[in-house]
Write a protein that binds this ligand. Sequence first.
Ligand SMILES: [Zn+2]
Length: 318
Amino acid sequence: MATSVPSPAFHPTANLDSYPSDIVVTSSDRIAFYVHSRRILSVSTNHFASLLIQPLPIGGKLKVFLLGEDSQVLNVVFHTIYLKPFGQSPSPVAVFVAIDAFNKYGIPVDQYIRPNTPLFPPLLAHAANDPLNVYAVAGQYNLYELAAAASAHLLALDPEDVTDEHAVRMGPIYLKRLLLLRPARKRLLEELLLQGPSEHPPTPQCGVDNQRRTGRQWDLMITNLLSGPTPNLPSATIQATLSPIGNHIGCRDCKAALDERIQQIVTNWEKARVRFELPELYIVMLKYCRKQYRLILVAQSHRISQGLWPQDSENARI
Ligand SMILES: [Zn+2]
């Protein structure tokens, strides 16, 4: 039997708990993780894939398990169980495989991938490079915060980039949200831009005609903005397009109103988040009826291929 090497993070003297480790879990590539039966059983909902029926006696003989997962995957699993921050960020592949292994070992994914857990920062970092896969995993386990963070990188997504595998993984609710993200952001921007600068009562220096001229200039500029790709329009572009209107305004009040309105739009656009409500019923269904959802997804995918999505998207509800 090949000799194993202790894990750098889970070695025999790592002091990860108040009592010495009582289990050695060895990975397929012979890295040994010195861990604690009580800790594992406090997290696992299935006795760690039925390997541990009860806590081992303190001071007893070390129990050894050889698992099929490699050390990178088990490293993610045990960092998650111990809520231990990663010294070095795990590879995306190890993270994705480990998340699927959570089910096998009874680790509740929705409890252990949250903003304050060790796995959240690596997933967030990975979302910048591979947002669709991160979003799909988030959808699969109903990880709303992760999905929202990943969706910030998906504003320019071409729906054709969503493969069948992505769609099945994320499920119909998150697929619907994703497909509606672009039109929702476009609507949001239209609503912001359609409200121009406020007008002031006519004065001898600046009458109604003068202020309407500014309004027409505003309409022209927002038409230019809305004709481009709007879902991820940089706020700097909004500012750079609308600010020059002020170059033709001689009235101090009109100029102040213009600057104020541009600033409001930029601020609101930067903090704008598209929210899709997820009724409690859906959450329950996602947790307990995933299989049935997949059947529905197959039907919905068929409708997409027929060009019925998203106009017919209300049918995603059950
Ligand atoms: Zn004026």
